[in-house]
Design a protein around this ligand. Structure first.
Ligand code: PLP
Length: 385
């Protein structure tokens, strides 16, 4: 017999990034600028706290919403860093990565047939997540001439006034775009006017290289309609520990917790101890990692310009998004650069059709490898353009 797959699962194609990793595995000496995770290890104090918790046998479930002391630390952190006020008892839930929090929100707030507007290019999980919840996706293309920021014109062009939910990700994966307060204000007004629930994935908030990150939830009338996602994977280099969180009004977080308590019970306990320590004592390490990303960002942007590839000035996350030279599709460029020069980058169309013509290049890789990778890309462009 074979399993009859649900319509929802059949609707979602396999991840486009995977295929490139498979080609990369066939070759020696590939430098990967394809992955979206820090090359740094988790700060030592956080790892040490995890080890100590294991030595002490702290291996049981925690409260469904996460340890109370961790939620309190998260409340303090988001208040200090982003001017966000959330009650640790009712308005914060700790999850298995921000990924789980995003999935919980789709399942808690999307009914079959609801329209989920997603600003694109965007992180690859939103569209499948919305579809798995029964929603219908409305892509909202952003444009390079707007520095890949979302505008009210883009929302109107896409018909997002009719949507039920709007998904934002700034700093953005894959473009590296950020939205400043003055860019967010009209989007907040649009969401209020058209009564949209907003999911705001702010997992790269710490990785903002010019100015300070602003959350859309800080605008008047937005706290009550917004769920903010954040986590420890990126800024604290904790991807494998799988810890994230969501912030929102008590009834919304309560609804997400209802799903979480039946499907996950609680986020990984060892990781919660690591996260508590990370918030308590690892600010210097975070700052050092952010400084290094910034140095790499400037290096990669300037090398793309030297090579003669147009690249928009990414200001956040750890990606840049150069344009593919004429004569190539993004997929052809990525595949040929990998086969001929052993450099893995991701074609932009993986992140939505409006990503076509671009490449996502991650600089979460040490400078020596980045230098070599950029030399190889220069040779590749020299051979073909
Ligand atoms: N959100 C964005 C925008 C991401 O880029 C990623 C990972 O690449 C995630 C969420 C997943 O985060 P986590 O590891 O906390 O599940």
């Amino acid at each position: 017999m074979s399993f009859e797959l649900s319509e929802r699962v059949r609707q979602v194609p396999p991840s486009g990034i995977r295929r490139f990793f498979e080609i990369a595995e066939e070759r020696d000496e590939v430098i990967s600028l394809g992955v979206g995770e820090p090359d740094f290890a988790t700060p030592w104090a956080a790892r040490d706290a995890a080890i100590t918790s294991l030595e002490q046998g702290k291996t049981s479930y925690t409260a469904n919403r996460g340890r109370r002391d961790l939620r309190e630390a998260i409340a303090g952190y988001v208040a200090d860093r982003f001017d966000l006020g959330y009650d640790p008892d009712e308005e914060i839930i700790v999850t298995a990565g921000a990924s789980e929090a995003v999935d919980l929100a789709f399942r808690a707030f999307v009914d079959p047939g609801d329209t989920v507007a997603i600003a694109q290019p965007s992180y690859i999980s939103y569209e499948p997540g919305a579809i798995f919840a029964g929603g219908e996706v409305l892509p909202v293309p952003t444009r390079e001439e707007d520095d890949f920021r979302l505008t009210v014109e883009a929302l109107e062009r896409a018909g997002a006034d009719e949507a039920d939910m709007l998904v934002l990700c700034y700093p953005n994966n894959p473009t590296g775009a950020i939205m400043r307060a003055e860019d967010l204000a009209p989007i907040a007004a649009f969401a209020r006017e058209h009564d949209l629930v907003v999911l705001s994935d702010e997992i790269y908030a710490e990785l903002t290289y010019e100015g300070e990150h602003t959350s859309i939830a800080t605008f008047e009338g937005m706290r009550e309609r917004t769920i903010v996602f954040n986590g420890f994977s990126k800024a604290h280099a904790m991807t494998g520990l799988r810890l994230g969180y969501a912030l929102g009004p008590a009834d919304a977080i309560g609804a997400m917790n209802k799903i979480h308590q039946y499907t996950m019970l609680s986020a990984p306990t060892t990781a919660q101890y690591a996260a508590l320590e990370a918030l308590d004592s690892c600010d210097d390490e975070v700052r050092e990692m952010v400084d290094q990303y910034d140095r790499r960002r400037r290096f990669v942007l300037s090398r793309f310009r030297e090579i003669g590839m147009d690249v928009f000035e990414a200001k956040g996350a750890f990606y840049c998004f150069p344009e593919v030279p004429e004569g190539f599709t993004a997929e052809e460029f990525a595949e040929d650069a990998l086969r001929e020069q052993g450099v893995a980058v991701v074609p932009g169309d993986v992140f939505g059709t409006d990503g076509e013509g671009h490449l996502r290049v991650s600089y979460a890789t040490g400078l020596p490898d980045l230098r070599e990778a950029m030399n190889r890309l220069e040779a590749f462009v020299g051979d073909h353009v």
